[in-house]
Design a protein around this ligand. Structure first.
Ligand code: SF4
Length: 68
């Protein structure tokens, strides 16, 4: 299980394209994700490149997600 810290993709509002909504809510609530979880990033500059990230990735575009 991956442990997601503040500042990492799994807690970012831009994370999660392609991940079922109920699974994404659980990732945000629990701060954990299964190994191998990969989601799209919808930050405009990343989305143009169809960036896929791990919940424990990060970038300077991080913005905290609402807590479901
Ligand atoms: S790549 Fe950056 S903007 Fe995209 S989900 Fe991760 S931290 Fe957020």
């Amino acid at each position: 299980m991956l442990q997601i810290s503040d500042g990492q993709c799994g807690s970012c509002r831009h994370f999660g394209d392609g991940i079922p909504q109920d699974q994404l809510v659980q990732i945000r609530i629990n701060g954990t994700a299964e190994h191998g979880t990969i989601g799209g990033c919808d930050l405009a500059t990343n989305a143009t490149m169809h960036l896929k990230v791990s919940p424990i990735g990060s970038c300077d575009g991080y913005e905290a997600a609402e807590a479901a």
